[in-house]
Design a protein around this ligand. Structure first.
Ligand code: KG4
Ligand code: ZN
Length: 338
């Protein structure tokens, strides 16, 4: 049995988890900074890295305690080294290096986007989650606060980039429009909640189809919502607010699910994996499930948003393949997957 301590600090969650055999969650601790950033309506990088410094040691200690393990029981220490905020990534990478060096353990560097995909390899019992055995090729839609990418996965570690956002990420669009509508940060869950009482056809917001490719664009949609909001003197409320939220959400989900369905068909994948914070969105799950010919899997919400468990699941693949990071492992804020 391999037991890996995995650390994640790429954005605004300080997270650590212990994962057995790349699949079993022995502990999964997430210290969210949402309240800290909510007052600014978005992430304040300098505040994020300082908060990571304060939280990192207690979070790791708690992850070890909840796994009922000591550091000597570990087989490796894994950490996200990119993409993400440089100052935030540095805190996790240095903590992981210190632990690995001090305990003479292998160090494994993990790509945050790949980690989001590997959330599907964790053993969980939740509706819509992936079965134990997944066959390649798979299609991954990675939709988070920082990324919107469609990837074909031909095997462990083998990725082919189909397309991505040309401007805002899907989650970024949810967060920015949430702010325009006067909703709390992060906008994604707030818009989903507000949209429940709204009519998704109330506003005919634009969809950026961008011809037949797999790229995305959400900045025009954001501007269209802004123009609508500017027609009124007061911040939108009641039915108007609900209709704006529902129509915006419908536009984002329409494009994401349609392109995912087309890619799944073109590449003959065995399943589509929804990954990243925005894959917690209920409408996205339902509509993609209806449109894609192959099965569509989604991790439970706590594994969609940033966490250490997914980093541990991903690190396990690298561990068994013999890949190790050197002591010169550095953060790569703009790291790509393919
Ligand atoms: O993966 P994640 O935790 O962090 C990044 O790697 O960026 O994703 C966070 C993003 C935020 O933009 C948040 O608004 C969005 O995920 N999000 C949602 C929902 N829950 C979280 N977006 C739409 N609907 C949701 N239910
Ligand atoms: Zn993420």
């Amino acid at each position: 049995m391999t037991r890996i301590l995995a650390i994640e600090t790429s954005c605004d969650e300080t997270a650590a988890a212990v994962i057995a055999n790349g699949r079993h969650i022995l502990s999964n601790v997430v210290a969210s900074q949402i309240e800290l950033h909510a007052q600014y309506g978005g992430i304040f990088p300098e505040i994020a890295s300082r908060a990571h410094v304060e939280a990192i040691v207690p979070v790791i200690e708690r992850a070890m305690r909840e796994a009922h393990l000591g550091l000597d029981d570990l087989d490796a220490v894994a950490v996200t080294y990119g993409p993400g905020l440089a100052g935030s990534l540095l805190v996790g990478v240095n903590a992981a290096k210190g632990l690995a060096l001090g305990r003479d353990l292998p160090l494994i560097g993990v790509n945050h986007l790949e980690a989001h995909i590997y959330a599907h390899w964790l053993a969980v019992e939740s509706e819509g989650s992936a079965p134990e055995k997944l066959e390649f090729p798979l299609l991954a839609l990675i939709v988070s606060g920082g990324h919107t990418e469609l990837m074909i996965m031909r095997g462990h570690g083998q990725y082919e980039y189909l397309g991505g956002t040309l401007d805002d990420a899907a989650g970024e669009a949810f967060d920015k429009v949430g702010r325009l509508l006067g909703l709390a940060y992060p906008g994604g869950p707030e818009i989903q909640k507000t949209a429940q009482k709204g009519n998704p056809a109330a506003f005919d917001f634009p969809r950026a189809w961008l011809d037949d490719g797999y790229d995305f664009s959400f900045s025009g949609l954001k501007t269209a919502v802004l123009r609508e909001v500017q027609k009124y003197n007061d911040p939108p409320q009641g039915h108007l607010l609900a209709n704006l939220a529902a129509s915006f959400q419908a536009s984002v989900v329409d494009v994401l699910s349609a392109k995912t369905a087309r890619a799944a068909e073109e590449f003959g994948v065995t399943a589509a994996l929804l990954c990243g914070g925005v894959s917690a969105n209920h409408l996205l799950r339902v509509e993609t499930g209806e449109r894609v010919g192959a099965p569509v899997y989604c991790p439970p919400t706590f594994l969609c948003t940033d966490n250490g468990a997914m980093v541990g699941a991903c690190a396990h693949q690298h561990f068994v393949a013999g890949r190790r990071a050197g002591w010169d492992l550095d953060v790569v804020p703009g790291l790509r997957l393919a």
